[in-house]
Design a protein around this ligand. Structure first.
Ligand SMILES: [Zn+2]
Length: 543
């Protein structure tokens, strides 16, 4: 079981969808039976939870490919529907302790209890050897917010200690970053990326349940053992030797060894913060073992009738968690019916709907692998795009479709990023629906599914669906359904196919996302990042 990335399907944020009949311009190809059939197959026990490198991968990718073929979609990687994704499984065997050397005292921290370590490097042994620790605030370099936690300090070869989330989180003030709405600077993945850009030897994040939005047990469950990464052999990209998390308590002890206390951490909330060398040194060692293998993205397209060399991409991950720890009923297969057999089924249905139209631009249907392992299939595609990112007009992600009733509202994850949200809100209005505010903006949902890898490469990307305002039962019912899913099925063996699903809400959402993509695929429409988006500067111009 990997909770590591805690990717949030849109259903867990809101549970998708609406309340009006299909729009005139929407082909009514979206129907429950067809959607349910795909889900029933993809989420069946014979697919074994669709974990990469298992028989489940073979079955799921073969199914997606054969469905695209039957619909008459074109292959997208030359004559193939497959993009191979080279991955490496890195297992970390950490020493049981880490030595902390302060000015006056020396003590040990315990692996897993006090900290966890991981690495993206494939060296057989990695170590910290009495390396210096620098407290680098939130570890953020954000020119658009005039913020640089690494200003005036060289951390090359050192260990940086950083806080999770961003400076807006504690500020209670929307003028600092986006207030409580997490920016990408708040995600742990960003912290490690920036520490590597700074040439740090290691990066340790101070855990805090509120700021991270999950407890340390989640971190313990998913780190300090084997994890999949892209196989980057041959690339010169620098990664820190070790990345990890430190508990709040262990941080206190470390600060005490430096003659400081936790008031130091709060200084990072203020503009003009300067990184502080702690005069504390750390030592530990990890042994690394690696296994290389190739997984698969499945990709199909409908060539545009007017501008075939411009693209709109729909994504949905086919993978899930595989077979793991039994639940109370003894079930060990993590079927992932909602997460994300439903999105995969939606991708197939979306392709079928577009097949009946003649989009101006080429529309790509990308079924990605290893989302649950860190958004790896989409990361690989974004780093090795088959169609150029600067010619990719828009990306729309589907991760979890509302299997229940119609919704009066819609919800956008990471609201405020791109013009695609305006398309979405306008099309929702035509369905008689309103835009509800995001329910937990501090959780950083926008950075937790596959659209994010397109955003990181500058492509305006949307992750949106229905809200919780149920047409029949109101918010109480919608929220009950969302919480029931989050508490009892999300990333558990009980995320299984259910013949009682109506998908009334989800079908509305698919019609809506079809209309958004259709608009983006129409010449004259060129969605952009909004002012203030951290992705705006990354856009390579389309036109
Ligand atoms: Zn998912």
């Amino acid at each position: 079981m990997r909770f590591r990335y805690l990717a949030i399907p849109i259903i867990a944020i809101a549970l998708a969808s609406c309340n009006q009949p299909a729009q005139e311009n929407t082909p009514d190809t979206f129907n429950k039976d067809s959607l349910m059939k795909h889900i029933q197959i993809l989420a069946s026990d014979s697919f074994m939870g669709r974990r990469p490198f298992t028989v489940g991968e073979e079955r799921a990718t073969a199914y997606m490919q054969s469905q695209f073929q039957q619909m008459g979609l074109e292959p997208s990687n030359a004559s193939s529907y497959i993009q191979e994704v080279p991955l490496v499984d890195i297992t970390v065997n950490a020493a049981p302790t880490m030595q902390v050397q302060g000015a006056k005292e020396k003590f040990e921290l315990k692996n897993i209890d006090d900290y966890v370590l991981a690495t993206e490097r494939t060296d057989s042994v990695l170590s910290l050897d009495n390396d210096e620790v620098v407290f680098a605030g939130y570890g953020v370099v954000a020119p658009e917010y005039n913020w640089n936690d690494y200003a005036g300090i060289d951390v090359k070869g050192k260990i940086v200690l950083v806080l999770v989330n961003d400076p807006g989180f504690n500020a209670g003030d929307t003028t600092i970053f986006k207030g409580r709405t997490m920016t990408y600077y708040g995600r742990w993945t960003y912290k490690y990326e920036e520490a590597a850009r700074q040439g740090a030897k290691a990066c340790l994040i101070v855990h805090n349940t509120k700021a991270a939005s999950y407890g340390f047990s989640v971190v313990q469950n998913s780190w300090g053992k084997s994890n999949l990464y892209l196989d980057t052999r041959g690339s010169s990209e620098y990664h820190c030797a070790l990345n990890g998390w430190l508990t709040g308590d262990a941080t206190k002890r470390l600060l005490a060894a430096a003659g400081k206390d936790t008031t130091l951490l709060a200084t990072a909330d203020k503009q003009g913060f300067k990184a502080v060398p702690l005069g504390v040194k750390l030592s530990t060692k990890v042994n690394i073992s690696t296994v290389y293998n190739k997984s698969k993205n499945v990709i199909a397209k409908i060539t545009g009738s007017k501008n075939p060399d411009e693209y709109v991409v729909y994504t949905a991950h086919w993978d899930h968690l595989g077979v793991g720890k039994p639940d109370a009923k003894g079930d060990t297969i993590y079927n992932g019916a909602i997460d994300n057999a439903s999105g995969s089924a939606a991708l197939l249905e979306m392709a079928r709907a577009f097949k009946n139209t003649k989009p101006d631009r080429t529309v790509i249907f990308l079924s990605v692998t290893a989302e649950e392992q860190g958004l790896l299939g989409s990361k690989y595609y974004a780093e090795h795009p088959i169609y150029p990112m600067e010619k990719t007009v828009a990306e729309i992600n589907m991760d979890g479709v509302n299997a229940f009733g119609k919704r009066k509202d819609v919800s956008i994850s990471g609201q405020g990023q791109s013009d695609l949200e305006d398309y979405f809100t306008e099309e929702a209005k035509k369905q008689g629906r309103y835009l509800a505010p995001e329910s937990r903006p501090e959780a950083g949902g926008y950075f937790r599914s596959d659209h994010f890898n397109f955003a990181k490469h500058g492509v305006p990307a949307l992750n949106a669906g229905g809200g919780t305002d149920d047409v029949k039962g109101g918010k109480a019912e919608g929220e009950r359904q969302r919480d029931d899913y989050t508490d009892h099925r999300y990333h558990q063996p009980a995320d299984e196919y259910d013949s009682s699903w109506t998908f009334e809400g989800g079908l509305d959402d698919l019609r809506l996302l079809f209309n958004v993509g259709k608009r983006a695929a129409t010449i004259g429409n060129n969605p952009q990042w909004k002012e203030g988006s951290e992705f705006k500067a990354l856009r390579k111009t389309v036109r």
